[in-house]
Design a protein. Structure first.
Length: 146
């Protein structure tokens, strides 16, 4: 199977992530995508990186103490894109929620709604995947409103 090169992967993911930009700027929470498109981070510093090779698409993180978290590998462009964009979308949604918090309401209600809105700005298929992840979270940890 032929995969996109690391540069093509970078361009593709940035183009897809860019679909959230106007909405997140309007909400005042836009964040640039912070990931290295390489086989590691510069000097092994903490951060996320992804790359492509003959085995597929790789996603990995290096922690603050230099620990390398288990590498994820996929043959799916959709999957690698979801993994790379998931944390920034969670971060922007969390930032939005913190500015619009409702007293006595589980903070995740606003955050999850905003996450789905941002994913929908990209594509409905991504939003459906995020809805599945949210449903799994809520099955284990249901909303708790006071």
């Amino acid at each position: 199977m032929l995969y996109q090169s690391t540069q093509e992967l970078k361009d593709s993911i940035h183009r897809i992530y860019g679909k959230t930009q106007s909405l997140t700027i309007k909400d005042g929470v836009y964040e640039q995508l912070h990931i290295y498109f390489a086989t590691g981070t510069p000097q092994g510093q903490p951060g996320d990186f992804c790359y492509s090779d003959e085995n597929g698409y790789h996603y990995c993180s290096i922690g603050d103490r230099g620990e390398v978290f288990p590498e994820k590998i996929t043959t799916s462009l959709f999957e690698i894109t979801y993994w790379v964009i998931k944390l920034p979308i969670q971060s922007m949604s969390s930032k939005f929620e913190s500015r619009h918090r409702v007293q006595g309401q589980d903070f995740r209600r606003i955050m999850f709604r905003k996450m789905i809105q941002y994913w929908n700005a990209i594509d409905r298929e991504y939003a459906l995947r995020a809805e599945q992840d949210i449903a799994k979270t809520l099955a284990k940890y249901p909303f708790i409103d006071l």
